[in-house]
Design a protein around this ligand. Structure first.
Ligand code: AHG
Ligand code: MN
Ligand code: MN
Length: 315
């Protein structure tokens, strides 16, 4: 038998030595992932889709499942006894657990349901998280530096797929390597009128036919970064949510540094790709607020380098 039965827990036991604390936190996140997956499978039948009627601190419509999944994540992480701070898209302020500080080692940042506009149509959604060592004492640890690397222990990107009938995540991909160049671009083109000129010229370039350089690229956009980056990790290409100008200006783009852009940047870099704002490496940005947004240009190395060249005005 080959690799068909490497479970996530077995994998974590192998790679998360010596203390196993990180494996415990990841194990709890896996439990939360299974609970959310189960809920999604039945939500439509149980009347649990739709909105709460509320708007979050970022001005976005809140879905019932956003809040439910947030509670599941908080409870699962609290139960680890190893986490004393959490930053979530669905919590206006970071959650600080002072009584855990003495023994806890980690702060976790998460987006409980990414792509939630797809929930009501049974589209692909996912949970994004990053685990960082706590910094300092007390609430100081919420001043998080996102570049704390686990690279020495987590070498590369392995993917695990939930096998629902046995309730286990089973390793489905080992050491994913993003092709150095792709043939797909992924961006919400309806926003093109408010893009900066460099991004506009870059996307025009990708659409222009040129056999020698493999153009035109083709377009795919789910509207769920987890889905669009899952494809990008496996097939290559480029995903963008650039900075915008105009009336409802998103001058820093839409995606949040701490629980969307940075975790995805980490995965993409670990898989040999590149993650940029268009002009700077995402993992070099130090956060200044919990829900800080950054422009995102991420994917195959050569495609991202080319995008940066356009942004810098070299084409
Ligand atoms: P969330 O559902 O957590 O609010 O995130 C949605 C994000 C991301 O997943 C996606 O790439 C992007 O928003 C889509 O935004 P547009 O609808 O503006 O394209
Ligand atoms: Mn999101
Ligand atoms: Mn979300």
């Amino acid at each position: 038998m080959n690799d068909v039965a490497v479970s996530l827990s077995q994998h974590l036991r192998a790679v998360a030595a010596p203390t196993g604390d990180l494996a415990i936190v990841l194990g709890q996140l896996a439990v939360a992932g299974k609970l959310v997956a189960r809920e999604l499978a039945h939500a439509a039948l149980g009347g649990r889709l739709g909105t709460t009627g509320g708007i979050n601190v970022q001005g976005e419509v809140v879905k019932k499942l956003d809040l439910w999944a947030n509670d599941v994540m908080v409870q699962a992480l609290e139960a680890s006894h190893l986490v004393c701070g959490m930053v979530s898209e669905e919590m206006d302020e970071p959650l600080h657990l002072p009584d855990r500080c003495a023994q806890a080692k980690y702060v976790v940042c998460f987006d409980p349901v990414d792509g939630s506009s797809n929930l009501d149509v049974n589209g692909v959604v996912g949970t994004i998280f990053s685990i960082r060592p706590k910094q300092g004492r007390g609430a100081d640890h919420l001043k998080i530096v996102p570049t704390t690397p686990f690279t020495s222990r987590f070498d590369g990107v392995d993917a695990f797929t939930l096998e629902p009938t046995i309730g286990e995540f089973i390793r489905s991909h080992e050491k994913i390597q993003i092709p150095s160049r792709g043939h797909i671009y992924s961006v919400n083109e309806a926003r093109a009128p408010v893009w900066q000129p460099g991004i506009l010229r870059f996307v025009d370039y990708l659409r222009a036919p040129d056999r020698a350089t493999g153009r035109p690229y083709t377009a795919r956009y789910v509207g769920s970064m987890v889905a669009d980056l899952h494809r990008t990790l496996l097939e290559g290409g480029i995903f963008l949510y650039p900075a915008e100008a105009g009336e409802d200006a998103k001058s820093s783009g839409k995606l949040r540094l701490q629980y969307e852009a940075a975790p995805m940047a980490f995965l993409v870099e670990q898989a040999g790709g590149k993650a940029s704002t268009g002009s700077e490496r995402i993992l070099d940005i130090h956060p200044t607020s919990p829900h800080q947004r950054v422009p995102v240009v991420i994917g195959s190395r050569d495609d991202v380098v080319r995008a940066e060249e356009f942004v810098a005005g070299r084409h």
